[in-house]
Design a protein. Structure first.
Lengths: 294, 294
Protein backbone atom coordinates (compact mmCIF):
# COMPACT_ATOMS: atom_id res chain seq x y z
CA UNK A 1 0.00 0.00 0.00
CA UNK A 2 1.24 3.46 -0.88
CA UNK A 3 -0.21 5.45 2.02
CA UNK A 4 -0.84 9.04 1.11
CA UNK A 5 -2.82 10.67 3.87
CA UNK A 6 -4.33 9.87 7.26
CA UNK A 7 -6.62 11.50 9.79
CA UNK A 8 -7.03 10.62 13.42
CA UNK A 9 -10.67 10.96 14.48
CA UNK A 10 -11.79 11.71 18.04
CA UNK A 11 -15.19 9.96 17.95
CA UNK A 12 -18.08 12.03 19.29
CA UNK A 13 -21.35 10.61 20.63
CA UNK A 14 -23.79 9.67 17.87
CA UNK A 15 -26.29 12.32 19.06
CA UNK A 16 -23.75 15.15 19.19
CA UNK A 17 -25.28 18.27 17.56
CA UNK A 18 -22.17 20.29 16.72
CA UNK A 19 -22.04 21.81 13.25
CA UNK A 20 -18.35 21.41 12.50
CA UNK A 21 -16.17 18.41 13.20
CA UNK A 22 -12.93 20.14 12.25
CA UNK A 23 -11.54 20.09 15.76
CA UNK A 24 -12.20 16.34 16.05
CA UNK A 25 -10.12 15.50 12.95
CA UNK A 26 -6.35 15.66 13.06
CA UNK A 27 -3.98 15.07 10.16
CA UNK A 28 -1.34 12.46 11.00
CA UNK A 29 1.61 11.04 9.08
CA UNK A 30 0.42 7.61 7.83
CA UNK A 31 3.96 6.25 8.09
CA UNK A 32 4.74 7.56 11.56
CA UNK A 33 3.98 5.86 14.89
CA UNK A 34 0.38 6.66 15.84
CA UNK A 35 -0.96 3.82 17.99
CA UNK A 36 0.40 2.62 21.33
CA UNK A 37 1.14 -1.10 21.68
CA UNK A 38 -1.85 -1.36 24.03
CA UNK A 39 -4.26 -0.58 21.15
CA UNK A 40 -6.92 -3.30 21.08
CA UNK A 41 -6.98 -3.23 17.29
CA UNK A 42 -3.35 -4.37 17.35
CA UNK A 43 -3.69 -6.66 20.38
CA UNK A 44 -6.91 -8.48 19.51
CA UNK A 45 -8.21 -7.30 16.15
CA UNK A 46 -10.96 -5.75 18.27
CA UNK A 47 -12.62 -3.21 16.04
CA UNK A 48 -14.35 -2.75 12.70
CA UNK A 49 -13.54 -1.26 9.31
CA UNK A 50 -14.78 -0.30 5.86
CA UNK A 51 -12.85 0.15 2.60
CA UNK A 52 -14.24 2.62 0.04
CA UNK A 53 -13.16 3.11 -3.53
CA UNK A 54 -12.36 6.66 -4.62
CA UNK A 55 -12.49 7.49 -8.33
CA UNK A 56 -11.26 10.84 -9.56
CA UNK A 57 -11.64 12.26 -6.07
CA UNK A 58 -15.19 10.96 -5.58
CA UNK A 59 -15.64 8.55 -2.66
CA UNK A 60 -18.04 5.81 -3.79
CA UNK A 61 -21.12 4.65 -1.91
CA UNK A 62 -20.42 6.62 1.26
CA UNK A 63 -23.94 6.09 2.62
CA UNK A 64 -24.02 2.28 2.29
CA UNK A 65 -20.51 1.97 3.72
CA UNK A 66 -21.40 4.10 6.75
CA UNK A 67 -24.61 2.14 7.19
CA UNK A 68 -22.59 -1.08 7.33
CA UNK A 69 -20.09 0.50 9.73
CA UNK A 70 -22.99 1.29 12.07
CA UNK A 71 -24.29 -2.28 11.71
CA UNK A 72 -20.85 -3.72 12.51
CA UNK A 73 -20.57 -1.42 15.53
CA UNK A 74 -23.90 -2.70 16.85
CA UNK A 75 -22.87 -6.35 16.45
CA UNK A 76 -19.55 -5.65 18.19
CA UNK A 77 -21.10 -3.44 20.90
CA UNK A 78 -18.95 -0.47 19.94
CA UNK A 79 -20.24 3.11 20.32
CA UNK A 80 -22.45 4.04 17.37
CA UNK A 81 -20.44 6.03 14.80
CA UNK A 82 -21.60 9.62 14.29
CA UNK A 83 -22.52 9.62 10.60
CA UNK A 84 -21.91 13.33 9.96
CA UNK A 85 -18.52 13.14 11.65
CA UNK A 86 -17.44 10.20 9.51
CA UNK A 87 -18.82 11.92 6.40
CA UNK A 88 -16.78 15.01 7.24
CA UNK A 89 -13.67 12.86 7.68
CA UNK A 90 -14.27 11.07 4.36
CA UNK A 91 -14.74 14.41 2.55
CA UNK A 92 -11.54 15.78 4.09
CA UNK A 93 -9.56 12.71 3.02
CA UNK A 94 -11.13 12.41 -0.45
CA UNK A 95 -10.09 16.00 -1.13
CA UNK A 96 -6.49 14.75 -1.12
CA UNK A 97 -7.17 11.92 -3.57
CA UNK A 98 -6.70 13.64 -6.91
CA UNK A 99 -7.15 11.75 -10.19
CA UNK A 100 -7.12 7.99 -10.65
CA UNK A 101 -8.30 5.34 -8.19
CA UNK A 102 -7.63 5.38 -4.47
CA UNK A 103 -8.77 3.54 -1.35
CA UNK A 104 -10.19 5.11 1.78
CA UNK A 105 -10.17 2.90 4.83
CA UNK A 106 -12.24 3.67 7.93
CA UNK A 107 -11.21 2.02 11.19
CA UNK A 108 -13.01 2.11 14.54
CA UNK A 109 -11.23 0.21 17.30
CA UNK A 110 -12.32 -0.47 20.87
CA UNK A 111 -9.44 1.75 21.98
CA UNK A 112 -6.50 1.23 24.26
CA UNK A 113 -6.75 -1.71 26.65
CA UNK A 114 -8.06 -0.33 29.94
CA UNK A 115 -8.97 2.99 28.33
CA UNK A 116 -12.42 4.47 28.18
CA UNK A 117 -12.88 5.54 24.58
CA UNK A 118 -12.63 4.02 21.13
CA UNK A 119 -9.88 4.92 18.68
CA UNK A 120 -10.69 5.89 15.11
CA UNK A 121 -8.72 6.77 12.04
CA UNK A 122 -9.11 7.02 8.30
CA UNK A 123 -6.45 6.54 5.63
CA UNK A 124 -6.02 7.26 1.95
CA UNK A 125 -3.84 5.06 -0.25
CA UNK A 126 -3.30 4.50 -3.96
CA UNK A 127 -5.46 1.65 -5.21
CA UNK A 128 -3.58 -1.37 -6.51
CA UNK A 129 -3.64 -1.82 -10.29
CA UNK A 130 -6.73 -3.97 -10.86
CA UNK A 131 -6.81 -3.76 -14.67
CA UNK A 132 -5.82 -7.37 -15.17
CA UNK A 133 -8.27 -8.79 -12.61
CA UNK A 134 -11.09 -6.79 -14.25
CA UNK A 135 -10.28 -7.90 -17.78
CA UNK A 136 -8.74 -11.36 -17.55
CA UNK A 137 -10.52 -12.34 -14.37
CA UNK A 138 -9.59 -14.23 -11.25
CA UNK A 139 -9.25 -17.97 -10.72
CA UNK A 140 -10.92 -18.99 -7.49
CA UNK A 141 -10.54 -21.89 -5.08
CA UNK A 142 -13.56 -22.85 -2.95
CA UNK A 143 -12.67 -23.25 0.72
CA UNK A 144 -14.76 -24.57 3.59
CA UNK A 145 -15.67 -21.77 6.03
CA UNK A 146 -16.24 -24.44 8.67
CA UNK A 147 -19.83 -23.72 9.71
CA UNK A 148 -23.26 -24.70 8.44
CA UNK A 149 -25.46 -22.06 6.83
CA UNK A 150 -27.69 -21.74 9.91
CA UNK A 151 -24.88 -21.19 12.44
CA UNK A 152 -24.21 -17.43 12.21
CA UNK A 153 -27.81 -16.51 13.03
CA UNK A 154 -27.90 -18.66 16.16
CA UNK A 155 -24.37 -17.73 17.32
CA UNK A 156 -24.09 -13.93 16.99
CA UNK A 157 -20.99 -13.93 19.24
CA UNK A 158 -19.08 -15.34 16.25
CA UNK A 159 -19.54 -11.84 14.71
CA UNK A 160 -19.78 -13.41 11.26
CA UNK A 161 -21.94 -10.60 9.89
CA UNK A 162 -19.64 -7.83 11.16
CA UNK A 163 -16.69 -6.44 9.23
CA UNK A 164 -14.22 -6.77 12.09
CA UNK A 165 -10.48 -6.19 12.17
CA UNK A 166 -10.05 -9.91 12.99
CA UNK A 167 -9.20 -10.80 9.40
CA UNK A 168 -6.35 -13.27 9.89
CA UNK A 169 -8.53 -16.12 8.58
CA UNK A 170 -9.54 -14.15 5.50
CA UNK A 171 -5.88 -13.51 4.68
CA UNK A 172 -4.96 -17.17 5.33
CA UNK A 173 -7.72 -18.27 2.94
CA UNK A 174 -6.29 -16.09 0.16
CA UNK A 175 -2.82 -17.60 0.78
CA UNK A 176 -4.32 -21.11 0.62
CA UNK A 177 -6.07 -20.25 -2.65
CA UNK A 178 -2.79 -19.01 -4.10
CA UNK A 179 -1.06 -22.21 -2.97
CA UNK A 180 -3.69 -24.05 -5.04
CA UNK A 181 -2.80 -22.01 -8.11
CA UNK A 182 -5.78 -19.67 -7.82
CA UNK A 183 -5.93 -15.92 -7.30
CA UNK A 184 -8.65 -15.69 -4.68
CA UNK A 185 -10.85 -17.83 -2.45
CA UNK A 186 -14.60 -18.28 -2.20
CA UNK A 187 -15.86 -19.54 1.15
CA UNK A 188 -18.49 -22.26 1.17
CA UNK A 189 -20.46 -23.44 4.19
CA UNK A 190 -19.81 -26.90 5.60
CA UNK A 191 -23.20 -27.94 4.20
CA UNK A 192 -22.26 -26.92 0.67
CA UNK A 193 -23.55 -23.38 0.11
CA UNK A 194 -21.60 -20.54 -1.47
CA UNK A 195 -20.99 -17.71 1.01
CA UNK A 196 -18.61 -14.93 -0.06
CA UNK A 197 -14.97 -14.30 -0.92
CA UNK A 198 -12.65 -13.19 1.90
CA UNK A 199 -12.90 -9.57 0.71
CA UNK A 200 -15.65 -9.66 -1.94
CA UNK A 201 -19.24 -10.71 -2.72
CA UNK A 202 -20.10 -13.42 -5.25
CA UNK A 203 -22.58 -12.73 -8.07
CA UNK A 204 -23.66 -15.45 -10.53
CA UNK A 205 -25.38 -15.10 -13.89
CA UNK A 206 -27.95 -17.60 -15.15
CA UNK A 207 -29.28 -16.34 -18.48
CA UNK A 208 -30.71 -12.89 -17.77
CA UNK A 209 -30.96 -13.51 -14.04
CA UNK A 210 -28.28 -12.47 -11.56
CA UNK A 211 -28.08 -14.16 -8.16
CA UNK A 212 -26.04 -13.52 -5.04
CA UNK A 213 -26.07 -15.58 -1.82
CA UNK A 214 -28.61 -14.10 0.61
CA UNK A 215 -26.88 -11.69 2.98
CA UNK A 216 -27.33 -12.98 6.50
CA UNK A 217 -25.53 -13.05 9.80
CA UNK A 218 -22.81 -14.99 7.98
CA UNK A 219 -22.43 -12.96 4.81
CA UNK A 220 -21.68 -9.24 4.61
CA UNK A 221 -24.08 -7.35 2.42
CA UNK A 222 -21.72 -6.11 -0.28
CA UNK A 223 -22.05 -2.40 -1.05
CA UNK A 224 -20.75 -2.92 -4.59
CA UNK A 225 -23.06 -5.90 -5.19
CA UNK A 226 -25.99 -3.80 -3.96
CA UNK A 227 -25.10 -0.98 -6.33
CA UNK A 228 -24.56 -3.40 -9.23
CA UNK A 229 -27.95 -5.04 -8.69
CA UNK A 230 -29.66 -1.62 -8.88
CA UNK A 231 -27.82 -0.99 -12.16
CA UNK A 232 -28.71 -4.41 -13.58
CA UNK A 233 -32.37 -3.93 -12.66
CA UNK A 234 -32.36 -0.58 -14.48
CA UNK A 235 -31.02 -2.38 -17.52
CA UNK A 236 -33.91 -4.85 -17.36
CA UNK A 237 -32.19 -7.83 -15.84
CA UNK A 238 -33.69 -9.88 -13.03
CA UNK A 239 -31.77 -10.01 -9.73
CA UNK A 240 -32.26 -12.25 -6.73
CA UNK A 241 -30.92 -13.07 -3.30
CA UNK A 242 -30.99 -16.81 -2.83
CA UNK A 243 -29.15 -19.78 -1.43
CA UNK A 244 -26.52 -20.92 -3.92
CA UNK A 245 -25.05 -24.41 -3.83
CA UNK A 246 -21.46 -25.15 -4.75
CA UNK A 247 -22.81 -27.12 -7.75
CA UNK A 248 -24.66 -24.01 -8.99
CA UNK A 249 -21.42 -22.04 -8.91
CA UNK A 250 -19.96 -24.40 -11.50
CA UNK A 251 -23.16 -24.36 -13.58
CA UNK A 252 -23.52 -20.57 -13.82
CA UNK A 253 -23.13 -18.88 -17.21
CA UNK A 254 -20.74 -16.43 -15.59
CA UNK A 255 -19.69 -15.25 -12.16
CA UNK A 256 -18.01 -12.20 -10.63
CA UNK A 257 -16.37 -11.22 -7.39
CA UNK A 258 -17.59 -7.75 -6.42
CA UNK A 259 -15.72 -5.44 -4.08
CA UNK A 260 -15.29 -1.74 -3.48
CA UNK A 261 -11.83 -1.30 -4.93
CA UNK A 262 -11.26 -4.17 -7.39
CA UNK A 263 -14.92 -3.75 -8.51
CA UNK A 264 -16.20 -6.51 -10.84
CA UNK A 265 -13.61 -9.26 -11.32
CA UNK A 266 -14.97 -12.00 -13.57
CA UNK A 267 -14.35 -15.55 -12.37
CA UNK A 268 -12.03 -17.26 -14.87
CA UNK A 269 -11.87 -20.65 -13.17
CA UNK A 270 -13.42 -22.49 -10.22
CA UNK A 271 -11.15 -25.05 -8.57
CA UNK A 272 -9.17 -25.43 -11.79
CA UNK A 273 -12.22 -25.68 -14.11
CA UNK A 274 -12.23 -22.79 -16.61
CA UNK A 275 -15.29 -20.53 -16.69
CA UNK A 276 -16.31 -18.32 -19.61
CA UNK A 277 -15.71 -14.58 -19.27
CA UNK A 278 -17.94 -12.09 -21.06
CA UNK A 279 -15.36 -9.36 -21.42
CA UNK A 280 -17.49 -6.72 -23.16
CA UNK A 281 -20.26 -7.12 -20.59
CA UNK A 282 -17.78 -7.02 -17.70
CA UNK A 283 -16.25 -3.84 -19.15
CA UNK A 284 -19.72 -2.28 -19.12
CA UNK A 285 -20.23 -3.28 -15.49
CA UNK A 286 -16.90 -1.77 -14.49
CA UNK A 287 -17.60 1.40 -16.46
CA UNK A 288 -20.74 1.78 -14.37
CA UNK A 289 -18.90 0.95 -11.14
CA UNK A 290 -16.22 3.53 -11.98
CA UNK A 291 -18.83 6.27 -12.50
CA UNK A 292 -19.60 8.50 -9.51
CA UNK A 293 -21.97 6.60 -7.19
CA UNK A 294 -23.51 7.69 -3.88
CA UNK B 1 -4.20 -2.87 32.02
CA UNK B 2 -1.52 -0.93 33.90
CA UNK B 3 1.30 -1.01 31.36
CA UNK B 4 4.70 -0.79 32.97
CA UNK B 5 7.33 -1.51 30.35
CA UNK B 6 7.66 -2.35 26.68
CA UNK B 7 10.36 -3.40 24.25
CA UNK B 8 10.29 -3.18 20.50
CA UNK B 9 11.99 -6.21 18.94
CA UNK B 10 13.67 -6.20 15.52
CA UNK B 11 13.14 -9.87 14.61
CA UNK B 12 16.25 -11.66 13.31
CA UNK B 13 16.23 -14.78 11.14
CA UNK B 14 15.70 -17.97 13.13
CA UNK B 15 19.20 -19.24 12.20
CA UNK B 16 21.00 -16.05 13.18
CA UNK B 17 24.14 -16.96 15.21
CA UNK B 18 24.81 -13.68 17.02
CA UNK B 19 25.61 -13.94 20.73
CA UNK B 20 23.89 -10.82 21.97
CA UNK B 21 20.50 -9.49 20.97
CA UNK B 22 20.88 -6.22 22.86
CA UNK B 23 20.96 -4.10 19.72
CA UNK B 24 17.72 -5.71 18.45
CA UNK B 25 15.76 -4.76 21.57
CA UNK B 26 14.69 -1.19 22.14
CA UNK B 27 12.87 0.17 25.18
CA UNK B 28 9.72 2.06 24.20
CA UNK B 29 7.10 3.93 26.21
CA UNK B 30 4.09 1.56 26.41
CA UNK B 31 1.71 4.51 26.44
CA UNK B 32 3.25 6.44 23.55
CA UNK B 33 2.50 6.03 19.84
CA UNK B 34 4.58 3.14 18.50
CA UNK B 35 2.76 1.58 15.55
CA UNK B 36 1.76 3.31 12.30
CA UNK B 37 -1.87 3.00 11.22
CA UNK B 38 -0.72 0.70 8.39
CA UNK B 39 0.29 -1.99 10.92
CA UNK B 40 -1.36 -5.26 9.89
CA UNK B 41 -1.94 -6.19 13.53
CA UNK B 42 -4.18 -3.12 13.81
CA UNK B 43 -5.67 -3.39 10.32
CA UNK B 44 -6.45 -7.10 10.18
CA UNK B 45 -5.49 -8.77 13.47
CA UNK B 46 -2.79 -10.39 11.32
CA UNK B 47 -0.26 -11.72 13.77
CA UNK B 48 0.16 -13.99 16.78
CA UNK B 49 0.70 -13.61 20.51
CA UNK B 50 1.41 -15.29 23.83
CA UNK B 51 0.64 -14.15 27.38
CA UNK B 52 2.95 -15.32 30.18
CA UNK B 53 2.46 -15.02 33.89
CA UNK B 54 5.30 -13.52 35.90
CA UNK B 55 5.49 -14.28 39.63
CA UNK B 56 8.00 -12.46 41.81
CA UNK B 57 10.02 -11.59 38.73
CA UNK B 58 10.06 -15.14 37.36
CA UNK B 59 8.46 -15.57 33.90
CA UNK B 60 6.52 -18.85 33.94
CA UNK B 61 6.79 -21.59 31.34
CA UNK B 62 8.91 -19.63 28.89
CA UNK B 63 9.83 -22.74 26.88
CA UNK B 64 6.26 -23.98 26.26
CA UNK B 65 5.05 -20.46 25.43
CA UNK B 66 7.84 -19.96 22.87
CA UNK B 67 7.15 -23.42 21.44
CA UNK B 68 3.53 -22.42 20.91
CA UNK B 69 4.57 -19.07 19.41
CA UNK B 70 6.66 -20.98 16.86
CA UNK B 71 3.71 -23.30 16.14
CA UNK B 72 1.37 -20.33 15.62
CA UNK B 73 3.93 -18.70 13.32
CA UNK B 74 4.07 -21.85 11.18
CA UNK B 75 0.27 -22.02 10.89
CA UNK B 76 0.12 -18.34 9.95
CA UNK B 77 3.14 -18.50 7.62
CA UNK B 78 5.02 -15.87 9.61
CA UNK B 79 8.83 -15.96 9.87
CA UNK B 80 9.93 -18.44 12.53
CA UNK B 81 10.68 -16.61 15.80
CA UNK B 82 14.32 -16.79 16.95
CA UNK B 83 13.99 -18.51 20.31
CA UNK B 84 17.13 -17.04 21.90
CA UNK B 85 16.12 -13.55 20.83
CA UNK B 86 12.66 -13.89 22.36
CA UNK B 87 14.20 -15.42 25.51
CA UNK B 88 16.53 -12.43 25.77
CA UNK B 89 13.58 -10.07 25.37
CA UNK B 90 11.56 -11.92 28.02
CA UNK B 91 14.50 -11.81 30.46
CA UNK B 92 14.98 -8.12 29.85
CA UNK B 93 11.29 -7.38 30.49
CA UNK B 94 10.96 -9.75 33.47
CA UNK B 95 13.84 -7.92 35.16
CA UNK B 96 11.47 -4.93 35.47
CA UNK B 97 8.65 -6.95 37.03
CA UNK B 98 9.53 -6.81 40.73
CA UNK B 99 7.37 -8.55 43.33
CA UNK B 100 3.79 -9.71 42.89
CA UNK B 101 2.14 -10.97 39.71
CA UNK B 102 2.56 -9.46 36.26
CA UNK B 103 1.77 -10.32 32.66
CA UNK B 104 4.23 -10.43 29.79
CA UNK B 105 2.68 -10.33 26.35
CA UNK B 106 4.62 -11.31 23.22
CA UNK B 107 3.30 -10.04 19.88
CA UNK B 108 4.55 -10.90 16.39
CA UNK B 109 2.67 -9.15 13.60
CA UNK B 110 3.01 -9.50 9.84
CA UNK B 111 4.33 -5.94 9.81
CA UNK B 112 3.25 -2.82 8.00
CA UNK B 113 1.02 -3.34 4.96
CA UNK B 114 3.27 -3.38 1.93
CA UNK B 115 6.39 -3.63 4.09
CA UNK B 116 8.87 -6.47 4.00
CA UNK B 117 9.43 -7.43 7.61
CA UNK B 118 7.32 -8.44 10.60
CA UNK B 119 6.83 -6.22 13.63
CA UNK B 120 7.40 -7.54 17.13
CA UNK B 121 7.04 -6.18 20.62
CA UNK B 122 6.76 -7.33 24.19
CA UNK B 123 4.97 -5.65 27.08
CA UNK B 124 4.88 -5.91 30.85
CA UNK B 125 1.74 -5.04 32.80
CA UNK B 126 0.42 -5.57 36.31
CA UNK B 127 -1.72 -8.70 36.46
CA UNK B 128 -5.38 -8.10 37.31
CA UNK B 129 -6.41 -9.20 40.82
CA UNK B 130 -7.49 -12.81 40.32
CA UNK B 131 -7.91 -13.72 44.00
CA UNK B 132 -11.67 -13.95 43.80
CA UNK B 133 -11.75 -16.04 40.59
CA UNK B 134 -9.24 -18.45 42.15
CA UNK B 135 -11.12 -18.87 45.42
CA UNK B 136 -14.82 -18.37 44.64
CA UNK B 137 -14.59 -19.56 41.08
CA UNK B 138 -16.14 -18.49 37.78
CA UNK B 139 -19.64 -19.11 36.45
CA UNK B 140 -19.49 -20.20 32.83
CA UNK B 141 -21.90 -20.12 29.91
CA UNK B 142 -21.43 -22.67 27.14
CA UNK B 143 -21.48 -21.11 23.68
CA UNK B 144 -21.52 -22.75 20.25
CA UNK B 145 -18.20 -22.22 18.44
CA UNK B 146 -20.04 -22.90 15.19
CA UNK B 147 -18.02 -25.77 13.75
CA UNK B 148 -18.02 -29.54 14.15
CA UNK B 149 -15.12 -31.21 15.95
CA UNK B 150 -13.52 -32.45 12.71
CA UNK B 151 -13.54 -29.10 10.88
CA UNK B 152 -10.32 -27.45 12.12
CA UNK B 153 -8.11 -30.33 10.94
CA UNK B 154 -9.55 -30.29 7.42
CA UNK B 155 -9.66 -26.48 7.12
CA UNK B 156 -6.28 -25.21 8.39
CA UNK B 157 -6.92 -21.80 6.77
CA UNK B 158 -9.36 -21.14 9.60
CA UNK B 159 -6.23 -20.91 11.83
CA UNK B 160 -8.20 -22.41 14.72
CA UNK B 161 -5.10 -23.93 16.33
CA UNK B 162 -3.06 -20.71 16.15
CA UNK B 163 -3.09 -18.03 18.83
CA UNK B 164 -3.73 -15.17 16.44
CA UNK B 165 -4.40 -11.50 17.13
CA UNK B 166 -7.85 -11.98 15.55
CA UNK B 167 -9.57 -12.29 18.91
CA UNK B 168 -12.72 -10.22 18.34
CA UNK B 169 -14.87 -13.37 18.55
CA UNK B 170 -13.22 -14.47 21.79
CA UNK B 171 -13.98 -11.09 23.34
CA UNK B 172 -17.57 -11.14 22.02
CA UNK B 173 -18.09 -14.57 23.58
CA UNK B 174 -17.01 -13.28 27.00
CA UNK B 175 -19.45 -10.34 26.63
CA UNK B 176 -22.24 -12.77 25.71
CA UNK B 177 -21.43 -14.93 28.75
CA UNK B 178 -21.61 -11.85 30.99
CA UNK B 179 -24.94 -10.92 29.44
CA UNK B 180 -26.14 -14.37 30.53
CA UNK B 181 -25.06 -13.67 34.11
CA UNK B 182 -21.86 -15.71 33.87
CA UNK B 183 -18.23 -14.63 34.23
CA UNK B 184 -16.69 -16.49 31.32
CA UNK B 185 -17.57 -18.62 28.31
CA UNK B 186 -16.73 -22.17 27.31
CA UNK B 187 -16.90 -22.90 23.61
CA UNK B 188 -18.56 -26.14 22.50
CA UNK B 189 -18.48 -27.58 18.99
CA UNK B 190 -21.66 -27.62 16.92
CA UNK B 191 -21.76 -31.41 17.47
CA UNK B 192 -21.73 -31.09 21.23
CA UNK B 193 -18.12 -31.38 22.38
CA UNK B 194 -16.39 -29.13 24.89
CA UNK B 195 -13.55 -27.18 23.30
CA UNK B 196 -11.93 -24.44 25.39
CA UNK B 197 -12.68 -21.08 26.97
CA UNK B 198 -11.94 -17.93 24.93
CA UNK B 199 -8.69 -17.41 26.88
CA UNK B 200 -8.32 -20.61 28.92
CA UNK B 201 -8.25 -24.42 28.82
CA UNK B 202 -10.91 -26.59 30.45
CA UNK B 203 -9.94 -29.37 32.90
CA UNK B 204 -12.50 -31.73 34.43
CA UNK B 205 -12.19 -34.02 37.44
CA UNK B 206 -13.88 -37.43 37.59
CA UNK B 207 -12.84 -39.09 40.87
CA UNK B 208 -9.04 -39.27 40.76
CA UNK B 209 -8.90 -38.79 37.01
CA UNK B 210 -8.41 -35.41 35.32
CA UNK B 211 -9.47 -34.92 31.71
CA UNK B 212 -9.01 -32.09 29.21
CA UNK B 213 -10.37 -31.95 25.64
CA UNK B 214 -7.76 -33.32 23.24
CA UNK B 215 -5.66 -30.46 21.84
CA UNK B 216 -6.11 -30.41 18.10
CA UNK B 217 -6.22 -27.97 15.24
CA UNK B 218 -9.24 -26.46 16.98
CA UNK B 219 -8.00 -26.26 20.56
CA UNK B 220 -4.84 -24.54 21.73
CA UNK B 221 -2.64 -26.76 23.88
CA UNK B 222 -2.72 -24.85 27.16
CA UNK B 223 0.70 -24.28 28.70
CA UNK B 224 -0.83 -24.05 32.20
CA UNK B 225 -2.92 -27.18 31.66
CA UNK B 226 0.20 -29.02 30.48
CA UNK B 227 2.11 -27.94 33.57
CA UNK B 228 -0.80 -28.81 35.87
CA UNK B 229 -1.12 -32.31 34.38
CA UNK B 230 2.59 -32.96 35.08
CA UNK B 231 2.02 -31.84 38.67
CA UNK B 232 -1.11 -33.98 39.09
CA UNK B 233 0.69 -37.02 37.71
CA UNK B 234 3.49 -36.50 40.23
CA UNK B 235 0.87 -36.49 42.96
CA UNK B 236 -0.43 -39.85 41.74
CA UNK B 237 -3.53 -38.72 39.84
CA UNK B 238 -4.45 -40.05 36.41
CA UNK B 239 -4.64 -37.54 33.56
CA UNK B 240 -6.06 -37.91 30.07
CA UNK B 241 -6.69 -36.08 26.82
CA UNK B 242 -10.06 -37.12 25.47
CA UNK B 243 -13.19 -35.92 23.73
CA UNK B 244 -15.53 -34.39 26.32
CA UNK B 245 -19.25 -34.01 25.66
CA UNK B 246 -21.28 -31.11 26.98
CA UNK B 247 -23.15 -33.63 29.15
CA UNK B 248 -19.87 -34.75 30.75
CA UNK B 249 -19.10 -31.16 31.69
CA UNK B 250 -22.21 -31.10 33.87
CA UNK B 251 -21.47 -34.56 35.32
CA UNK B 252 -17.87 -33.84 36.39
CA UNK B 253 -17.01 -33.80 40.10
CA UNK B 254 -15.25 -30.48 39.52
CA UNK B 255 -13.91 -28.36 36.68
CA UNK B 256 -11.38 -25.57 36.25
CA UNK B 257 -10.44 -23.01 33.65
CA UNK B 258 -6.67 -22.92 33.33
CA UNK B 259 -4.74 -19.97 31.96
CA UNK B 260 -1.34 -18.38 32.34
CA UNK B 261 -2.31 -15.36 34.42
CA UNK B 262 -5.59 -16.24 36.19
CA UNK B 263 -4.19 -19.77 36.74
CA UNK B 264 -6.72 -22.32 38.11
CA UNK B 265 -10.20 -20.80 38.34
CA UNK B 266 -12.70 -23.39 39.63
CA UNK B 267 -15.99 -23.55 37.74
CA UNK B 268 -18.76 -22.47 40.13
CA UNK B 269 -21.68 -22.90 37.72
CA UNK B 270 -22.37 -24.17 34.20
CA UNK B 271 -25.22 -22.40 32.40
CA UNK B 272 -26.76 -21.45 35.74
CA UNK B 273 -26.38 -24.88 37.37
CA UNK B 274 -24.12 -24.66 40.45
CA UNK B 275 -21.03 -26.87 40.55
CA UNK B 276 -19.13 -27.87 43.67
CA UNK B 277 -15.81 -26.15 44.34
CA UNK B 278 -13.06 -27.93 46.28
CA UNK B 279 -11.43 -24.84 47.70
CA UNK B 280 -8.59 -26.49 49.61
CA UNK B 281 -7.60 -28.56 46.60
CA UNK B 282 -7.83 -25.55 44.27
CA UNK B 283 -5.64 -23.57 46.68
CA UNK B 284 -3.02 -26.32 46.42
CA UNK B 285 -3.17 -26.23 42.63
CA UNK B 286 -2.71 -22.47 42.58
CA UNK B 287 0.13 -22.67 45.11
CA UNK B 288 1.87 -24.98 42.67
CA UNK B 289 1.04 -22.76 39.68
CA UNK B 290 2.42 -19.72 41.54
CA UNK B 291 5.73 -21.49 42.24
CA UNK B 292 8.57 -20.86 39.78
CA UNK B 293 7.99 -23.05 36.71
CA UNK B 294 10.06 -23.40 33.54
Amino acid sequence: MAWRFALRIDPVASDDRRESFDDTLRVIDPGAPALPVGELSAQRGDGIFESLGVVGGHPQEVGPHLERLVHSAQLCELPTPHLAQWRAAIERVAAEAGEGESVIKLVLSRGVDGGASPTAWITLADAPDNARARSEGVRIATLDRGYALDVPARAPWLLLGAKTLSYATNMAAIREAQRRGADDAVFVSSDGYVLEAPTASVVLRFGDRFVTPTPSAGILHGTTQLSLFAHLEQRGFATAYDTVTTAQLAEADAAWLLSSVRLAAPVAAVDGQPMAIDRAFTDELNAYLLSPRD
